[in-house]
Ligand binder design. Structure first.
Ligand SMILES: NC(=O)c1ccc[n+]([C@@H]2O[C@H](COP(=O)([O-])OP(=O)(O)OC[C@H]3O[C@@H](n4cnc5c(N)ncnc54)[C@H](O)[C@@H]3O)[C@@H](O)[C@H]2O)c1
Length: 261
């Protein structure tokens, strides 16, 4: 039986581990042909072998790196159906301890990275749209792009920018008659290497206790649990598939109820 994303060409950034890897596995199971772009070449290659995907080196903050990836996709596939801008960096410390270099590094990966991805792949996404169903761009923001949280100002600000960039692109592409949809996903606490690092920071700043930090992290969420990468992957499957053909410019919150409280 054909999968929900049968033969769709999908590029996922930051998919060597964590949420990106979860999305790659779920989309591959639904028949998609996946290209993983990550700075972690070994991790990307290992997952690519496991799920039958392509792994291409990508630093999302570099325009040259994006162009090299687009050249690869253009040469091998001639179009891109789904772009998942997932790669991101987190930084947990008070605003006064953020250096300008820290700030710029977070913005370079979390914000410039998505701008460059959308800009570089626009022509190949347009090619996909010509087939009758619109291409789909899925940008991974965060609940931190919707509500405040202490001691991660650069991160929160970058994720707010991702939310707004997604809506603005959705409207710009629609206004120009391009068959490209664009939506953001806002994960809550999802157990990945990034969250494990963040929780170390929260222990240091006293947000959660050192003796049982994970129960405390779960308790921050109304459903009293920490999410898994597959929880985000289910949202990405919907936004990537033609089931969401009438959906653009939305913010899909997958957070166990965090921002509803
Ligand atoms: N885990 C959470 O609780 C959570 C919550 C909200 C939002 N998010 C967002 O989800 C996305 C994925 O998070 P995660 O938890 O899986 O993180 P992670 O740190 O576990 O994985 C991030 C991946 O991005 C890659 N990466 C980092 N910098 C890169 C660059 N310059 N170019 C290419 N790849 C790069 C890393 O090598 C890694 O494979 C991020 O955008 C993050 O902000 C995560």
């Amino acid at each position: 039986m054909a999968g929900r994303l049968q033969d769709k060409i999908v590029c996922i950034t930051g998919a060597a581990q964590g949420i990106g890897a979860g999305i790659a596995e779920a989309m591959a199971k639904e028949g998609a042909r996946i290209i993983i772009g990550d700075v972690n070449d070994d991790g990307a290659r290992a997952l690519a072998e496991k799920i039958g995907a392509h792994a291409v080196h990508l630093d999302v903050s570099s325009q040259e790196s994006w162009q090299a990836l687009a050249d690869y996709v253009g040469k091998h596939f001639g179009k891109l159906d789904i772009l998942v801008n997932n790669a991101g960096l987190e930084l947990v410390k008070p605003m006064q301890d953020h250096s300008l270099a820290d700030w710029r590094n977070i913005m370079a990966v979390n914000v410039d990275g998505i701008f460059l991805g959308c800009k570089t792949f626009e022509a190949l996404l347009r090619e996909s749209g010509k087939s009758g169903s619109p291409a789909s761009v899925i940008n991974i923001s965060s609940i931190a792009g919707l509500v405040g949280y202490p001691d991660q100002l650069a991160y929160n600000t970058s994720k707010g920018a991702v939310r707004h960039m997604s809506k603005s692109l959705a409207i710009e592409w629609a206004a120009h008659g391009d068959a490209i949809r664009c939506n953001s996903i806002h994960p809550g606490c999802i157990r990945t290497p990034m969250l494990e690092l963040a929780v170390e920071g929260w222990v240091e700043n006293g947000s959660v206790p050192a003796d049982d930090p994970w129960s405390a992290v779960a308790a921050l969420c109304p459903l009293n649990t920490v999410g898994l990468p597959e929880d985000i992957a289910m949202g990405a499957l919907y936004l990537g598939s033609d089931e969401s053909r009438f959906v653009t410019g939305i913010e899909l919150v997958i957070d166990g109820g965090w921002v509803a409280r």
